[in-house]
Design a protein around this ligand. Structure first.
Ligand code: ATP
Length: 224
């Protein structure tokens, strides 16, 4: 589902963020991405989201080589990629329902389908009863789950998360990870960037480790 082939990303002549990175993630695989601050984790996620383009090598998502993707097609690719951020980027002047509905509104989904799908996503994260509330009225863990509902509301085959449990206590973090594991079980490819080694060790999943832009552990082919 996601493949990096000898990917190098240089921001300028003396700043190489990723060096010849190779790995593949299958459909339904859940993996962690870790490494020191500045190791290149965000850069790797940005290449998958086509927020950045590689300087060399190829990034392939869903069989499509993103390097050659014309700019006008970038929004279509992004629809296939759900993203969860640490600070969840919710809008506090809208209800929980409206926050989750945003990706569907951008796609021009009918009001009836929006209602059905938003409620299915909120049900999945256990927040169906809070759809009319303002996100400010929710706890940090609940806000993060609204962010997850929004990321999955259009059923993307790929889910990326950047420090999704950064501000949460261990129990809430475990709950969030449980949700990610459920998505992977239904075929979503999940890649989670985190510094939280405890979380990684608890789950015993494949871990891609970056060190100064090099993938030093967890590399491998689509089935390795
Ligand atoms: N837009 C940019 N322009 C120039 N250099 C950049 C840019 N974005 C990132 N870098 C550099 O690339 C390297 C990798 O950064 P990146 O943000 O990918 O690391 P990271 O592993 O996500 O770090 P953190 O855990 O602190 O978020 C760093 O040296 C950073 O300064």
């Amino acid at each position: 589902m996601i493949e990096f082939r000898q990917v190098t990303k240089r921001y300028d002549s003396d700043h190489t963020a990723l060096r010849q990175v190779n790995f593949g993630l299958d459909r339904g695989e859940l993996a962690f991405l870790t490494g020191h601050s500045g190791a290149g984790k965000s850069t790797l996620l940005k290449l998958i989201m086509v927020m950045e383009r590689p300087s060399a090598g190829e990034v392939v998502v869903g069989g499509q080589v993103l390097n050659r993707l014309p700019r006008r097609q970038v929004p279509y690719i992004r629809r296939h990629i759900g993203v969860v951020f640490q600070n969840h980027q919710l809008l506090f002047d809208r209800s929980v329902f409206d926050n989750v509905a945003m990706p569907l509104e951008v796609m021009g989904t009918s009001a009836r389908d929006i209602g059905r799908r938003v409620r299915a996503a909120l049900d999945k994260v256990g927040l169906l009863s809070k759809e009319k509330m303002n996100p400010l009225q929710l706890s940090g863990g609940e806000q993060q789950r609204v962010g997850i509902a929004r990321a999955v509301v259009n059923k993307p085959p790929v889910l990326l998360a950047d420090e999704p449990t950064g501000n949460l206590d261990p129990q809430l973090s475990a709950d969030i990870m449980g949700l990610f594991a459920e998505f992977s079980q239904v075929g979503v490819t999940v890649l989670i960037a985190t510094h939280d080694i405890g979380l990684i060790n608890d789950l015993g999943r494949r871990t891609l480790t970056l060190d100064q832009g090099r993938l030093v552990a967890g590399a491998g082919g689509l089935h390795g």
